[in-house]
Design a protein around this ligand. Structure first.
Ligand code: SF4
Ligand code: SF4
Length: 384
């Protein structure tokens, strides 16, 4: 199998420039018609992690989604859009999220419906699944003739980088994600296996990545926007994630979804296994991205980390002054480590599995990750 990833320049989010770059990045792959047939019902699946404005670089930018909807329609497909953000979703808050993320005007312009993922669900099978063999997902995922994934280039507290494979996690209704996550505990590899089980159950036919403005540091929702000026595309989500991690300046095999995909034979082990089309990867590679705070110790052997746990473990902490007492963190904490005491969240650190879902989903940026002194000293010394 030839592994192909295409790269095109896209210097900003001007809708027409993004449209041109979208067509340019797909051209070496045969254009969108190489992936969908006329009459196909095509689910366009952006990353709508949480309700943030486009400038915060948390969600896929509306200009990139617009380009995908137009390209699918021009190829004779019938596009619909959908995702399930983390947390308890209702049709009302989903609509409000579509407004906040800048997608409502795009949907209106393109005459495309947004499916409320959590309203109609079904089961899909992942026969070779290592963590799960069945998943409860939106019926729109099961019904689509083809899925086009539009992920966002970002760092991630748990998985170092989030990308095309992890974008599939949105197939699962928001409130159910914590239950799936619980079985993997704090083990990043096992969580990656869960994501790959889901990916294999329903792989997108095409994965595009919004890397015009990405995120570094404490992604996927608390990091810093970082201009990259690129769109990426591939028929294979694991191949795309490998290139993403390389562009960010990481060893791609440090990203658990990439290394586990390689172990399964779904993705590459080295860059030279990929045919990079369009621009030269070395030409466009930016300076290395800042890592998330939780990941600076990822290369230290696990037994050593666990022996030094209390001195090095990065822990979530709630900023009481910022907290709006919405309860989202408590609802979505996989092991139920956050209790609400008179509406105020409290973390039971002994039950916390360091998945950082609470920080990812907090709408008020009221959860920080504390790094103990020893950890900071080791990080400063470069040992981690
Ligand atoms: S910490 Fe964040 S998610 Fe949790 S209750 Fe407060 S505002 Fe909501
Ligand atoms: S408290 Fe936060 S980091 Fe800890 S298990 Fe719950 S969601 Fe994960």
């Amino acid at each position: 199998m030839t592994r192909r990833v295409s790269i095109a320049r896209c210097r900003d989010y001007d809708p027409e420039r993004v449209m041109a770059a979208f067509l340019e990045v797909l051209a070496p792959l045969g254009g969108i018609s190489a992936f969908i047939r006329p009459g196909d019902r095509v689910l366009v699946k952006p990353n709508l992690l949480t309700s943030r404005s486009p400038g915060e670089a948390v969600t896929t930018h509306p200009s990139v989604v617009r380009a995908a909807l137009i390209a699918v329609r021009d190829a004779g497909g019938e596009p619909v859009l959908g995702d399930s953000p983390g947390g308890r979703n209702t049709p009302e808050n989903y609509r409000s999220l579509l407004r906040r993320t800048g997608l409502l005007p795009v949907l209106e312009e393109c005459g495309v419906d947004a499916v409320f993922f959590d309203g109609d669900t079904t089961e899909i099978a992942s026969p070779a699944g290592r963590v799960y063999r069945r998943f409860h997902v939106s019926s729109a995922v099961a019904r689509a003739d083809a899925i086009v994934s539009i992920s966002k280039l970002k760092t991630h507290q748990l998985t170092l980088a989030t990308g095309a494979v992890k974008n599939c996690y949105g197939y699962i209704p928001g409130i159910e994600k914590a239950g799936y996550h619980l079985r993997t505990g704090p083990d990043r590899r096992r969580f990656a296996d869960l994501l790959l089980d889901l990916y294999e159950a329903r792989p997108p036919v095409l994965s595009v990545m919004d890397a015009v403005v990405g995120m570094e540091g404490n992604g996927p929702s608390n990091g810093t926007p970082r201009e990259v000026g690129l769109l990426l595309a591939s028929p294979s989500a694991p191949d795309l994630d490998f290139v993403e991690a390389y562009l960010m300046g990481f060893d791609p095999l440090e990203v658990p979804t990439v290394s586990e995909a390689a172990r399964r034979g779904l993705g590459p082990r080295a860059l030279d296994e990929i045919e990079v089309l369009g621009l030269s990867i070395e030409e466009v590679r930016p300076q290395a991205f800042r890592r998330p705070a939780s990941h600076l110790f990822a290369r230290v052997p696990a037994p050593l980390v666990s022996a030094l746990n209390r001195f090095v473990l990065a822990r979530p902490r709630i900023l009481v002054d910022r907290c709006r007492r919405c309860g989202i963190c408590s609802e979505n904490c996989p092991p139920g480590a956050i209790e609400l005491v008179k509406g105020a969240p409290r973390i039971r650190q002994e039950a916390c599995i360091r998945c950082y879902c609470c920080q990812e989903l907090c709408p008020a940026d009221a959860i920080v990750i504390d790094r103990p002194l020893l950890r900071r000293l080791v990080e400063m010394s470069g040992a981690a």
